[in-house]
Write a protein that binds this ligand. Structure first.
Ligand code: SF4
Length: 371
């Protein structure tokens, strides 16, 4: 040793040169226990994002009110179930901020301000507005809250000034209206001159320095086609789901009743996994070896559907079991604590944005607006 201590030889980066990770944010409505479609469409990607991004994930209890306003009894218990599924899937409260939208008061404040500048026409032409009104005929959705839900969603996102919003192909329009609202806000209310060097250092991108509400970009995440047991898209409203909490016997039973290639009526008929929902499950979850056996056996009528479904069930159980074990480790009290802590952290970050928003809008700030 030349006399220098080991510590002095290990060069630690200066705090000011540590590059912040890009921030991402996404949320899910508390619809009850989540299913494999939710997992493959969002959660599995979120789990991976934790390694490279600063992540905020939330449960959108206020969004549930836009359609379930007449009976709110399911929202609180469903919020807990979804939180448990988040943790079971592998979201890590140490690395990600996991919170409940309605527990962060800034989610009530920013939508009101953004609502003042959002033209009605923008909201009326959001594709899901008409679609949901047509599909959910059992509910009266001619409400101010339902029409305004894209404003609520824009506020959810913009409060955290994220660089990216991870979404599947079909949800890109949602991010687009958020970008339009942010652009309009930034035009009306330019950011005051930069006062602190710290403002530059805490960001990875120039948009955050220039604008109060930088426009987030879409982070396209893969969402493979996942059929439900009836062959349609897996969805709670179709009652065709495999839940993340389904025990092995239930998974096997659901697979047994799953529809198959309609051309394969008898055991001796040849089939095609590309025309079979069970084949689609194999493509997502099975090993290449099993998939090869499925193609070969199905196309030659060398295997029966029962055997093939058994292999698919094996693959699903392998994915679900570790999640169910993780889920069992959390008590309700622990989950509540995680959500409380996450909501505190989220609120602190959202308040940074709100201070800038109120200042840019020149709102009176003398009576404790900066909490
Ligand atoms: S063998 Fe498998 S892939 Fe082929 S039709 Fe039956 S269930 Fe579907």
């Amino acid at each position: 040793m030349d006399g220098a201590t080991l510590e002095s030889k290990i060069k630690m980066p200066e705090p000011a040169t540590i590059v912040p990770r890009p921030r991402v944010l996404s949320g899910m409505r508390p619809t009850g226990k989540l299913h494999l479609g939710n997992y493959m469409g969002a959660l599995a990607n979120w789990v991976k994002l934790q390694d490279a991004y600063e992540c905020y994930f939330f449960i959108a209890d206020l969004h549930a009110l836009t359609t379930d306003y007449a009976d709110t009894s399911g929202i609180a218990p469903n919020t807990l179930e979804v939180a448990l599924d988040f943790l079971a899937a592998g979201l890590d409260p140490e690395r990600s901020t996991i919170f409940v939208q309605g527990q962060v008061k800034q989610h009530f404040e920013l939508p009101l301000l953004l609502g003042m500048i959002t033209p009605l026409g923008w909201l009326e032409r959001v594709p899901s507005y008409k679609e949901m009104q047509e599909n959910l005929t059992s509910k009266d959705l001619t409400m101010f809250g339902f029409l305004g839900y894209p404003v609520l969603m824009a506020a959810d996102i913009l409060l955290y000034q994220p660089e990216f919003v991870p979404v599947g192909q079909d949800q890109q329009a949602h991010v687009e209206i958020t970008r339009e609202i942010a652009r309009r806000f930034n035009n009306f209310y330019p950011k005051p001159a930069i006062k602190k060097i710290g403002e530059v250092l805490r960001t990875t991108r120039y948009e955050e320095v220039l604008y109060v509400l930088p426009e987030p970009k879409v982070l396209l995440t893969p969402s493979p086609k996942l059929p439900g047991t009836d062959g349609r898209k897996m969805s709670k409203s179709y009652g065709n789901t495999i839940q993340l909490t389904d025990p092995e016997p239930v998974v096997r039973q659901k697979l047994k009743t799953m529809v198959t290639d309609p051309a394969r009526v008898r055991r001796t008929d040849k089939g095609d996994p590309d025309k079979c929902p069970v084949g689609d499950l194999h493509k997502v979850f099975s090993t290449p070896e099993t998939l090869a056996k499925v193609y070969e056996g199905c196309r030659s009528a060398g295997i029966g559907c029962i055997e093939c479904k058994g292999w698919a069930a094996d693959a699903l159980v392998q994915i679900l079991q570790p999640m169910q074990e993780r889920r069992a480790r959390y008590s309700e009290a622990q989950v509540e604590e995680i959500l409380k802590d996450g909501s505190r952290r989220a609120s602190a970050r959202a308040e940074q944005t709100m201070v800038e928003v109120r200042s840019a809008m020149k709102l009176p700030m003398w009576n404790g607006a900066e909490q």
